[in-house]
Structure formats: structure tokens, C-alpha cells
Design a protein around this ligand. Structure first.
Ligand code: OAD
Length: 255
């Protein structure tokens, strides 16, 4: 770690004082070091290789359900074969040391839970869960890891209405779950420290949370190897990989 980062950490420690109420927003960068691709930023990122309108809209699913289902089955396979990294573990540990910690994630994977975090607010849904495309009832589905490599897989059929089953994630042009969003905004508005980790901050409304926290008086700390618009208003920007940096931040603030 460079002298510059160590100096910034010292400044943070001096300024932050006693942390009481932490709100954390994570994005796909927090799972990058577990081998799960991000959406933007590199040529391996999902939206560099796939068309977002084909894979993440109800229109895309209506047009080619087997292509979309196969892609989500492949993503579930990648996630099932990945394990939480030190950033996920540090956040689970932080929740046990802080007076209060609310973990909001844009990630649809389950790595926070597998690292031991409880009550994670998944504002963009959960890829391991499924629901009916037509009647929206929850559906039980277990990915067959053997076949989750095919380019096209016909989705299962809802036992209730005969509609196709889809992943229980939020697609573009769809609304977030109102209850989750209200929990997320309340946590951002009432925290004294807001940690923003591994998100490009490009997708609304989740991207509005760090600025909301700042407006309500929280200190905003960003951890992301690449600069983005959040740098402009965050109190501290650590241009670091989450898995490397989060254990040090945990130690700095809570141990
Ligand atoms: P993005 O893919 O937009 O951004 C990933 C961010 O992670 C970038 O800013 C990278 O610089 C950063 N990053 C990469 N490696 C990292 C590392 N090792 N440690 C820390 N940060 C790292 O991901 P999100 O902001 O999560 O929507 O994307 C937001 C939403 O866009 C997603 O939830 C998804 C997508 O379309 C839905 O699924 C609805």
C-alpha cells in the first residue's frame, strides 16, 4: 500500500471518530475478485459482451426466452462456483462490531450471505430465486450445473399459470421492490458513515444513495480502483481493490 493511501487512512481515522451507524452500498466490483464479472469497465464485463436490451429487459425475454434463461443459468453456475472474498468477509465482520450496519447491495449474487451477512437488502433482486414471468408467483428452481453451459435452454413452466419462469432480478424499465427501496433510503438518510464499494454509480435509483447520505450529513467513503462521479462528492476516495482494502478498513475503523 502506497504512502499516499496510508496517509489518507490516517486522515480518515482522525476525522471519523466513533462510528455508530454504518450504511454500505456494494456493487459488482465487490464480487470481481471472486471471479464474477462486473457489468461495465473492462472488455470482460457483461455489458461489453452482451446486449443489455436482449438480456435484461422483459422485451428481450419475450423475444427470446431460451437465450435469456440460458444466460442466467450460466451466471448462476459462475456464482455457484465462486466463493466470497475478503471484502464480503470484512463486511460480515464489520456488522458484528458496529452499533448498527445496513448492507445494501446491487448485486444479485449470494456472496454476502455466504460470507455470513444477514438481512442484506438486494435492491436489484436475487438471481438464485425465480418467479413466473406472467403471474409473478415465486418458483422453486435449482440450476443443473451440467447443462448451464448451453446457448439456449427453454425456461421451466409455472405450475400455476403455464407462463415461463424468469429470474427474480430487476430488469431495466422495471421498478425496484418498494419495501426494499424504502429500507435502503432510510438507512442512507440516517447513517453517519456511508461506504460505497465497487459500484460505477451509473444505474439509478441505487446510484442516488451515496449523495442522499451525504446531503443528510453522513461521511461518504468510496472504495473503487477506478475514479467515477462519486469521487466528486465523497469525503474519501480509496482507489483500491475491495478484497485487498476492506480488511484494512475494518481494522482501521473497528479493531
Ligand atoms: P458496474 O459493472 O457498473 O461497475 C463495477 C464497478 O466496480 C466499477 O466502477 C469498477 O471500477 C469497480 N471494480 C472493479 N473491480 C473492483 C474491485 N476489485 N474492487 C472494487 N471495485 C471494483 O457494477 P454496478 O455499479 O454494480 O443491474 O452496476 C449497477 C447495476 O448495473 C447492476 O446491479 C446491474 C447492472 O446493469 C441490474 O442487474 C438491474
Amino acid at each position: 500500500m502506497s504512502n499516499e493511501v496510508i496517509e489518507l487512512m490516517t486522515q480518515l481515522k482522525n476525522k471519523v471518530g466513533q462510528v455508530k451507524n454504518v450504511c454500505v452500498l456494494t456493487g459488482s466490483g465487490v464480487s470481481a475478485e471472486s471471479g464474477i464479472p462486473t457489468f461495465r469497465g473492462t472488455e470482460k464485463s457483461l455489458w461489453s459482451k452482451h446486449n443489455v436490451l436482449d438480456m435484461a429487459t422483459s422485451e428481450g425475454f419475450r423475444k427470446d426466452p431460451s437465450l435469456v434463461w440460458a444466460w442466467y443459468e450460466w451466471r448462476r453456475r459462475v456464482i455457484r462456483q465462486s466463493t466470497p472474498n475478503a471484502a464480503h468477509h470484512s463486511l460480515a465482520k464489520m456488522a458484528t462490531l458496529a452499533n448498527k450496519l445496513t448492507l445494501i447491495t446491487q448485486n444479485v449474487d449470494d456472496l454476502h450471505e455466504r460470507a455470513g451477512s444477514d438481512d442484506v437488502i438486494h435492491v436489484h433482486g436475487e438471481i438464485m430465486k425465480s418467479k413466473c414471468f406472467v403471474c409473478h408467483r415465486d418458483q422453486a428452481h435449482e440450476t443443473d450445473l451440467e447443462s448451464a453451459i448451453y446457448h439456449r435452454i427453454e425456461p421451466p413452466i409455472c405450475a400455476h399459470c403455464g407462463g415461463y419462469v424468469r429470474p427474480k432480478v430487476v430488469w431495466f424499465y422495471e421498478s425496484l421492490c418498494e419495501e426494499k427501496w424504502s429500507q435502503a433510503t432510510k438507512a442512507a438518510e440516517t447513517c453517519d458513515l456511508f461506504l460505497c464499494i465497487g459500484t460505477s454509480g451509473e444505474v439509478m435509483p441505487a446510484a442516488s444513495l451515496p449523495e442522499l447520505a451525504k446531503q443528510k450529513g453522513a461521511m461518504v467513503v468510496q472504495i473503487n480502483p477506478e475514479p467515477n462521479d462519486i469521487d466528486d462528492f465523497a469525503d474519501f476516495n480509496f482507489h483500491q481493490n475491495a478484497a485487498e482494502f476492506m480488511p484494512r478498513l475494518l481494522e482501521l475503523l473497528f479493531v
